[in-house]
Design a binder for this molecule. Structure first.
Ligand code: CTP
Length: 401
């Protein structure tokens, strides 16, 4: 199922150059299943026209409190009654001040005051001095206290040429925040450490030994853990993926680098999910210089030594420091037999198995869950959905209700 399926969102735009980003945000959120009603203030219409949002949303854009096209002139009431959330993006300094004071002098502000239980999410967008201004900060603190969900702002180059805090989040960041908003916060207050991707074992400065892991499953799990409210550290081998939104990523190459990074972070983690496809061996006689073909054309002789087992190392930490450990097993045959044995060998309470030939590089997967009670097969689903289900399952193990 799409992450925003059946979600009805009111997108409110106020005056700011960041209005152009909201058009892209709306499109990407529609791709995830969301439906939009758009409300624009007069200020917003100075930057972008209602025609743009009418065409994108497929519905008439609302701009006027006194518009009599709705039968009873009550758009400010009806719209939020049917919505799952109101998202104000961009939220200008002035609009934030109006919201914080409960003013209701145009359609969008009136709609916000009349929203009842409909959640309100705002994405501030302004110059860095306007953001830093004590009045703005006071208004933001008031909105937080009133239960308004504030996303961003980000920092960086501003349209005015200055650099600092106040930029509206980018469209895909807004989208990630919206998806996360709707997820149950089953891991709030928990620190989750995850490994993902392949490792890469050097032969010389040019050549390495690696494997076909794409990192997609581990990255989807990291995103799902963030969405569930966790603080997430991702230790990643070399992959072609952007860091999941809201997640701290540390990039490593070899299994020994990954082991060091994990052992540093594990004592403060509540959960460790070992998704990485870690190389079992490293090249002991790796060369500092590029290996050259010699005259006799003999192939170089590589010597191997075993890599540390990262998961087993964490699982055997003293109990007071040890996080709840989850292992993975990608097998090409005899999944059930190998996975049960692997769970016991690694000393972990939960192991997630799948068939390597189905899972490698794919967007869908079928997970099988192994614990002391036995095993349980989940349906074929996208890695995003499987990650969400796994995070919910782990949260239940931590806090059985
Ligand atoms: N793992 C690890 N460190 C290693 C090897 C594996 O942390 N050096 C972790 C993986 O991240 C995974 C689990 O152990 O969670 C199982 O990995 P897998 O490669 O399937 O198992 P191996 O222990 O390497 O056993 P085998 O190669 O015989 O299947």
């Amino acid at each position: 199922m799409q992450a925003l399926a059946n979600k009805r969102i009111i997108l409110g735009l106020t005056g700011g150059i960041a209005c152009y980003k909201s058009a892209e945000f709306l499109r990407r959120a529609q791709d995830m299943g969301a439906e939009f009603d758009v409300v624009m203030t007069q200020g917003a219409q100075q930057f972008i026209t209602p025609i743009t949002f009418g065409a994108l949303s497929g519905r008439q854009v609302h701009t006027d409190l006194w518009d009599n096209s709705s039968s009873d002139n009550m758009a400010h009431i009806h719209l939020s009654r049917e919505a799952d959330a109101i998202v104000i993006a961009p939220a200008s300094t002035h609009f934030i001040a109006r919201l914080a004071n409960g003013l209701a002098d145009d359609l969008l502000s009136t709609l916000c005051v009349a929203r009842g239980h409909c959640p309100l999410i705002i994405a501030p967008a302004m110059n860095k001095e306007m953001w830093a201004n004590p009045a703005t900060q006071r208004n933001i603190a008031q909105l937080r206290a009133d239960g308004v969900h504030i996303i961003g702002p980000g920092a960086g180059d501003q349209a005015c040429g200055e650099i600092g805090d106040g930029r509206m989040l980018e469209p895909l960041q807004l989208l990630a925040e919206l998806i996360a908003f709707f997820q149950p916060k089953s891991l709030t207050g928990k620190r989750v450490l995850i490994t993902a991707g392949p490792t890469s074992e050097p032969i010389d400065p040019i050549r390495t030994i690696t494997n076909r892991s794409s990192g997609k499953m581990g990255y989807a799990i990291a995103q799902a853990a963030f969405n569930a409210g966790a603080e997430v550290q991702l230790v990643s081998g070399p992959v072609k993926l952007d860091a999941p939104y809201g997640v701290t990523r540390q990039s490593v190459e070899s299994a020994r680098d990954m082991h060091r990074a994990v052992m540093d972070l594990a004592p403060t983690a509540d959960v460790f999910i070992s998704v990485a496809a870690v190389a079992d061996w490293y090249v002991v006689n790796a060369s500092n210089q590029k290996l050259k073909k010699d005259q006799s054309q003999q192939a170089p002789k590589l010597e191997f030594a075993p890599n540390p087992d990262i998961l087993a190392s964490v699982a055997s930490m003293p109990i007071a420091q040890r996080p709840y450990c989850v292992g993975f097993a990608a097998e090409t045959e005899k999944l059930i037999e190998h996975a049960h044995a692997k769970r016991l060998r690694k000393g972990v309470p939960l192991l997630v198995g799948n068939l390597a030939q189905d899972a490698m590089n794919a967007d869908n997967t079928q997970l099988m869950i192994f614990d002391e009670a036995g095993h349980n097969q989940w349906p074929v689903q996208s890695k995003t959905e499987a990650a969400q289900q796994l995070i919910m399952h782990i949260a239940q193990q931590l806090d059985p209700k």
